[in-house]
Each structure stands twice: as C-alpha cells, then as structure tokens.
Ligand binder design. Structure first.
Ligand SMILES: [Zn+2]
Length: 289
C-alpha cells in the first residue's frame, strides 16, 4: 500500500511499490511553488501521487525533476502538465527510448538482444497489464552539472553525480531541510550480464555525496534513511570498493578481510555488495564495462 509521508513541512514523499517497481516520488513545497521529484513509472503512478498531494492540501507541483532515465522514473511524465527538468544526459537517453514498442513481443525481443533486462520488462508488464499506452515525453529544461531552484523559502540543488547504476544520475539536495534525494544513484548497475559495482566509480560517487550536509537520505526503492543509516551503507560500499581494488577482485579474500574488519560474520547485504563489486571487477578485466 502506497502512503504519503511527511518528513518536514517542506518535504513529503510517497512510498515505493516493489512488485511493480514504483519508486518513491517526492514533493518539495516552497512558498512560491512545489517541485515534484521523479515522474513515476506510469501515468497512473504520477496521477495517484498528485491526487494524494491534493488530499493533503499540498499545492500542486508546477515543475518536475527527473533523477535518471530509467523507465520507472519517467513513464509518468506525459500525465504531468508542468515543466520538466533533467540533466542533458538523461534527455539523450530518453530520446533513445522514443522509437521503442512496448508490447510483450517487443520487450522480450529487447531482453533477448540485451537492450532491455528481464527485471524491468517483467515489472513493466505488471504495472501496465495489457493496456500499454506508453509514451516518452522529453524534459523541457536540461542542465549539465548543477542547477539551483529557489522555490521560495526552500532551495533545491540538482547535481549530476553519475555512478554505476546510471551515468546520468542526478541527486536533489533540499538545502534548508538537509534532505538529500539520492534516487537510485547508489544502487548497482543492472543493465549488464551481471549486476555490478565498480570501485572507481563508487568511490567517486560517495565522495560527491559526502559534500552535502544531510540528515535524511532518500533511496528511491527503499525509504528515507537517517544519517546514521546512510553512513552505515556508505561505509560498507566504500570498504568493499577499497578491498576489491586492494585484493584484485578475489572474492574469498575480500570476504575474509571484511570479516576481520568487522570482527564478525557477514550479513546478506554485505555478501551481496561484495558479490556485485567482484562482478564489476571481472567485467572490467574482460573490458565489458
Ligand atoms: Zn534506476
């Protein structure tokens, strides 16, 4: 069940749905205007969010920012009668989607040829059922590295950070509220033969994120994390990235070193992160990344 949650008077978000891969949608409420963060995975998703905002008497958004080009963050855009903003890289990737058909056959064919991945194809089928009128609407405003928006009493800094998940990833820093909307930026690269992280890109990304002074971090397919929770995730990612480099992607060695570092057995999340870094190391050696 999706619910609308309030973090501060100026920031609300709608919880994600894992079954159909609906990400979190955010609303930053200024004195002059409201900014929506991400457009959702369908027009139904976007419209539902707007209706929830209305129910809570939140002024309707007049602008939407996209965190990256993945379908679940952009397919809702045609339902939004407002200005849209994205990085120029995101727009370029969205232009690439324009000629695609979205029937089962077309999706399955793209999965076979490696353009699409099974994970997304199956979530698209679930979200849209058989009535699949998918349109790609391109963003109106683009920026390269950084864009600041004054919503009145609250400022949003849009910053391109890239990373393994998607090279076009943008984060939104809601300055006065100390909230950092990370989107999918710290997730793995799913568009590959094996889900992966690469050490170089991850360390660069973590450094970029660290520059923001935040108390709350929003991860699009999870929840709002406290600073302590985010720091724990970041520590794992940083350490695993460093060990992967130092130990040349030797999985058993990396696990042993991480166990020694923590002085305990590894949990599932840690094992998965290490696995993704080893995948990334292997793919880079084979020059597949
Ligand atoms: Zn994504």
């Amino acid at each position: 069940m999706q619910t609308l949650k309030k973090i501060t008077d100026r920031f609300w978000y709608q919880t994600p749905v894992s079954e159909t891969d609906r990400p979190i949608l955010g609303a930053v409420i200024g004195d002059k205007m409201t900014l929506m963060i991400d457009a959702g995975n369908s027009e139904a998703h976007a419209s539902y969010f707007l209706s929830e905002l209305e129910k809570h008497h939140i002024p309707a958004p007049s602008m939407a920012v996209l965190t990256h080009w993945h379908w679940d963050h952009i397919f809702g855009l045609p339902a939004l009668d407002m200005l849209s903003i994205a990085s120029s890289l995101t727009k370029t990737e969205m232009e690439r989607l324009k000629p695609f058909q979205w029937t089962d056959e077309a999706l399955d064919e793209r999965v076979r040829s490696g353009v699409e991945i099974e994970f997304c194809a199956s979530a698209i089928k679930k979200e849209f059922g058989s009535d699949r009128d998918i349109k790609i609407k391109l963003p109106d405003i683009t920026f390269e590295k950084r864009l600041e928006i004054d919503l009145g009493g609250v400022t949003c800094q849009l910053q391109h950070v890239g990373g393994d998940h998607s090279a076009d990833s943008v984060v939104v820093y809601i300055k006065e509220e100390k909230i950092l909307f990370l989107g999918d930026a710290i997730y793995a690269n799913l568009y590959s033969s094996k889900w992966n992280f690469t050490s170089g890109r991850m360390l660069k990304l973590l450094d970029s994120i660290e520059k923001f002074d935040a108390d709350t971090y929003i991860l699009s397919h999870w929840k709002a994390l406290s600073r302590a929770e985010y720091m724990q995730e970041a520590e794992l990612l940083r350490k695993a990235a460093q060990l992967t480099m130092q130990l040349n992607g030797e999985k058993a060695e990396i696990k042993k070193a991480y166990r020694a570092y923590k002085n305990r057995e590894l949990n599932e999340n840690e094992l998965e992160v290490i696995e993704y870094f080893v995948n990334g190391y292997d793919l880079e050696q084979k020059k597949e990344l």
